[in-house]
Structures are given as structure tokens and as C-alpha cells.
Design a protein around this ligand. Structure first.
Ligand SMILES: Cc1cc2nc3c(=O)[nH]c(=O)nc-3n(C[C@H](O)[C@H](O)[C@H](O)COP(=O)(O)OP(=O)(O)OC[C@H]3O[C@@H](n4cnc5c(N)ncnc54)[C@H](O)[C@@H]3O)c2cc1C
Ligand SMILES: *[C@@H]1O[C@H](CO)[C@@H](O)[C@H](O)[C@H]1NC(C)=O
Length: 423
């Protein structure tokens, strides 16, 4: 029996959650001719101020999905990221332009716009069926199939598929149904954060594209997120304050932290959203026919932009596993590899690095940081050593993993290559 006749060919996949991870997952699968039902409890794309920066490992996946040119054209390629004291003093920085020309260079584009691009591409694919107002409430599986229970405006429904992928975000119902409501191992930071999108002229004060401010009280981040003067300002706050309280205190906070100490009439807040921040990883990312990816599987604080970047890398890896099964070059044991490796990448890289990224801001004396913070010392070194700078900035690629190495059969003359599958 040849591999091609034994190729099972996936006939149905359900993706839960039309956030960036679910949209990308559906796009990749439907492009290969696999029928995908994409379900979301909302009625439209999410507009909250969340991810803005996608690192090289994510950009690599956006390229494979065929959307990277559009994403880069609508967004931009940030140049320098730096660390400062709250009085504006520059401590150290990383100049991203030493990587200019690399196809996977960091991209900045607000999440809702990334979603719009992915959504547009999905709508053009006959194999993808996006259903809004479909809220998953429960699930089950047997030898043949998996299913989800759904609440819809027309009443309850049940849909089945060969595989169900939970991309339903931090409060994932898929994860809770698999492991229990309270079972998402990890921790929540005492500190909370407030994310804003703000129009303010930081350029006037010599700000770089991304600025992290080290201060025990006023730690924050200010980075440019559009070409028309919109900045993301995210600052730390004490726990226990209500949304109303935080909103009321925003003018005093901005006066204390923004360069030039502006009054409210000097800036415009376009978006305001407090968040709790967590470091958490699901017990497993595979249970039989159910898979978890991105925020449904793991959370980290947003400093350093590893959240969705890691989630997009999950999606690319899971796609390679599923397409291997579809093409008959892998059996479902490759999904255990997915579970093992993606959790390992979170535990060994994403969790410790993102933890250091937030601690760096509030948990040290800014006046001693250049003597005691090893990371900042390495940043300093990059300023005079271009080769080291490239190596240092490419370190984030360690979160990538090529699952095609677990295919049962070598790809021969592209016969079983992803590109060779008819849509
Ligand atoms: C302030 C902030 C800044 C950030 N900045 C960055 C950054 O710069 N770079 C980065 O990489 N990451 C960043 N992140 C993290 C990033 O935003 C998240 O990792 C990302 O949005 C997760 O995408 P997702 O698709 O997994 O989940 P989500 O975007 O949360 O999407 C989940 C979807 O599932 C749907 N859903 C939920 N429950 C159900 C259900 N029961 N049934 C059906 N559908 C359901 C929801 O409606 C939603 O559409 C940031 C986060 C925050 C808070
Ligand atoms: C599935 O593939 C793995 C290698 O990835 C192999 O060790 C195993 O024997 C295979 N199982 C079956 C039932 O073919």
C-alpha cells in the first residue's frame, strides 16, 4: 500500500474562537482544502487594546499563511527598543535595524487590524465556515469523532469533527471543560496593568519606537503603534483598584510618567483597559481529539510581546502536525509531540523570559540597573557589536520548532509537501 492511498485526509476540523490564533489556524487549514468550522461566541472581531508587536517567530508563520506583506504594509517595522528611568534618562537599547532585510523582522500592527486581515483572507476560502454568536458550552469525544455543545441565537446545537482546536482565549471553555474550571496551573501577578492607546507627541522628547521605563512606582511602557501618532502606554498599578478608580486617576498618572508631564488637554486617550496579568500553562495541550493553542493554552504578561507571538508559533506547529496526518505522513502520535514540545517551550523560554521582562521594570533600583541587570548589560554590548546584536535579537527564535521532523516518511520530490495538496 502506498502512502498516498493510505492518506486519511482530514474531512472536518472545528476551531473554537475567532481571535487571531483561531483565525490563523482556520486560514492555514482551509487553504489546504480541509473543511473548517470556526465558531465564536462574539458577534464580531474583538476591539480591545491588546497585542501590537509580533516577533520574528510569529512573522515567519504569518509569511507561511500568505498574509505577511499585507500585515507589514498596514503596520510598520519598529527600529529601537530601549530602557529608561522615569526622568527620561536613556539606559540601554536594542537597535532592530541591524536585522533590516530579514523577512521575519518584527512587525507592529494593532491586533484588531491583524484580525481584519486574517478575516478577509478567510472569507475568500470556500472551505472555511465562520459562525459568530456560537458559544461553546460543553464537549465530548469517542473513537470516531469529537463534538462541542453550542449556544446560538437559534437555540442549542451540537457540531462534530475529527479534531477540535480550542483557540478560545484566556477563559477557554474548551480548556475548562477538559480540565475543570479552576485548573489552569500558574500564578497571577499582584501588580495589575492598565493598557491605553494614546495620541501624544513623544517624538518631541526624543522617544524611540519602544520605551520601557524602570521605576518601582511608575514602571510603564510607551511604544508607537501606528504611523499616525498613536502610542500604546501601558503602566503598572497597585492591585485592588476598580476600573472607575483607575480611569479617574489616569490624568495624575500620565502627568507623573509621560515626558513633558502633560495635562489632559495635551493628549487624547483613544482606548483604556485594565488587565490582570498571569503566567499560566494548561496541564496538557492535547486530550485525544481536542487540542489547545495560544491563550487557551498559556498566558504570560505582555512585556516583551511573547503572548501572541508564542500563540502564533503554536498554530504554525499544530498546522504542520495536522497537515502531516492529512497527507498520511504522520499518525496522531505527532499530536503528543505538539503537546510535549509546545509546553516545554513555554516552561523553558516564554515563562522565564516574560517574567524577567516585567520584573526588570518594577523590581530593581533604576539607578543601579546598569550595574546589576545582566540583560541591560548585554543590551549595552549590542550598541558597539553588530554581530552580537543580531545574535542576541535572534535569540527569540528559540521558541520555534519544526514538527515535520517527526513525519514518518521523508518528503520526496515535494510529493507530500504542503504546497502539493490540491485545495
Ligand atoms: C495589554 C496587552 C498587550 C499585549 N501585547 C502583546 C504583544 O505586543 N505581542 C504579543 O504577541 N502578545 C501581546 N499580548 C497578548 C495577546 O493579546 C494575546 O496572546 C492574544 O490576543 C491571544 O489570542 P487568542 O486568539 O489566543 O485569544 P483571544 O484573542 O482572546 O480570542 C479568543 C476568541 O475566542 C472567543 N471565545 C471565547 N470563549 C468562547 C466560547 N466559549 N465559545 C466560542 N468562542 C469563544 C472570543 O470571543 C474570542 O474571539 C498582549 C495582551 C495584552 C492584554
Ligand atoms: C505512529 O508514528 C510513530 C512515529 O511518529 C511510530 O513510532 C508509531 O509506531 C506509529 N503508530 C502507528 C500505530 O502506526
Amino acid at each position: 500500500m502506498t502512502t498516498s492511498t493510505s492518506a486519511p485526509g482530514l474531512k472536518s476540523v472545528i476551531v473554537v474562537g475567532a481571535g487571531p490564533a483561531g483565525l490563523l489556524m482556520s486560514l492555514l487549514l482551509a487553504k489546504q482544502g480541509i473543511p473548517v468550522q470556526l465558531l465564536d461566541s462574539g458577534s464580531t472581531l474583538d476591539r480591545q487594546p491588546r497585542a501590537t508587536h509580533y516577533g520574528p517567530p510569529a512573522v515567519y508563520e504569518l509569511a507561511r499563511a500568505g498574509v505577511v506583506e499585507e500585515v507589514r504594509a498596514r503596520g510598520f517595522t519598529p527600529k529601537v527598543v530601549c530602557w529608561r528611568k522615569n526622568d527620561g534618562t536613556y539606559l540601554a537599547g536594542l537597535d532592530g535595524s541591524v536585522l533590516d532585510g530579514a523577512p521575519d523582522r518584527l512587525i507592529c500592527l494593532p491586533l484588531d487590524q491583524l484580525g481584519e486581515i486574517l478575516h478577509k483572507h478567510i472569507m475568500a476560502l470556500p472551505k472555511a465556515d465562520l459562525k459568530w454568536n456560537h458559544k461553546v458550552t460543553g464537549l465530548g469525544q469517542d473513537d470516531q469523532k469529537a463534538w462541542v455543545e453550542i449556544e446560538t441565537p437559534e437555540g442549542p446545537k451540537r457540531l462534530e469533527a475529527e479534531y477540535v482546536i480550542g483557540c478560545d482565549g484566556a477563559n477557554s471553555q474548551v480548556r475548562r471543560s477538559l480540565f475543570g474550571d479552576m485548573n489552569f496551573p500558574g500564578r497571577t501577578w499582584d501588580e495589575q496593568i492598565v493598557a491605553t492607546n494614546t495620541y501624544y507627541d513623544f517624538n518631541k522628547f526624543g522617544y524611540e519606537d519602544a520605551n520601557f521605563i524602570i521605576d518601582r512606582e511608575h514602571w510603564h511602557m510607551a511604544s508607537r503603534i501606528t504611523n499616525d501618532g498613536l502610542w500604546r502606554v501601558t503602566y503598572g498599578e497597585k492591585p485592588g483598584k476598580t476600573r472607575e478608580q483607575l480611569f479617574e486617576e489616569l490624568p495624575a498618572k500620565f502627568e507623573a510618567i509621560l515626558p513633558g508631564h502633560p495635562k489632559p488637554e495635551q493628549y487624547k486617550v483613544a482606548n483604556f483597559s485594565p488587565y490582570k496579568v498571569h503566567q499560566r500553562l494548561a496541564e496538557k495541550m492535547r486530550v485525544g481529539r481536542f487540542l489547545l493553542a495560544a491563550d487557551a493554552a498559556h498566558l504570560c504578561n505582555p512585556f516583551g510581546g511573547l503572548g501572541l507571538t508564542g500563540g502564533i508559533v503554536d498554530v504554525g506547529g499544530l498546522f504542520d502536525c495536522l497537515i502531516g496526518i492529512h497527507n498520511g505522513v504522520a499518525n496522531d502520535s505527532i499530536l503528543d509531540k505538539y503537546d510535549e514540545i509546545r509546553r516545554q517551550k513555554y516552561l523553558e523560554l516564554i515563562d522565564p523570559i516574560s517574567t524577567e521582562n516585567i520584573r526588570r521594570l518594577f523590581d530593581q533600583d533604576p539607578d543601579k540597573a546598569m550595574e546589576t541587570d545582566e540583560f541591560l548589560k548585554l543590551c549595552k554590548k549590542t550598541e558597539t557589536d553588530e554581530a552580537f546584536s543580531r545574535e542576541f535579537q535572534n535569540g527569540v527564535n528559540g521558541i520555534k520548532y519544526d514538527f515535520t521532523q517527526h513525519y514518518l516518511k521523508e518528503l520526496e520530490n515535494g510529493d507530500f509537501g504542503v504546497g502539493a495538496v490540491a485545495p
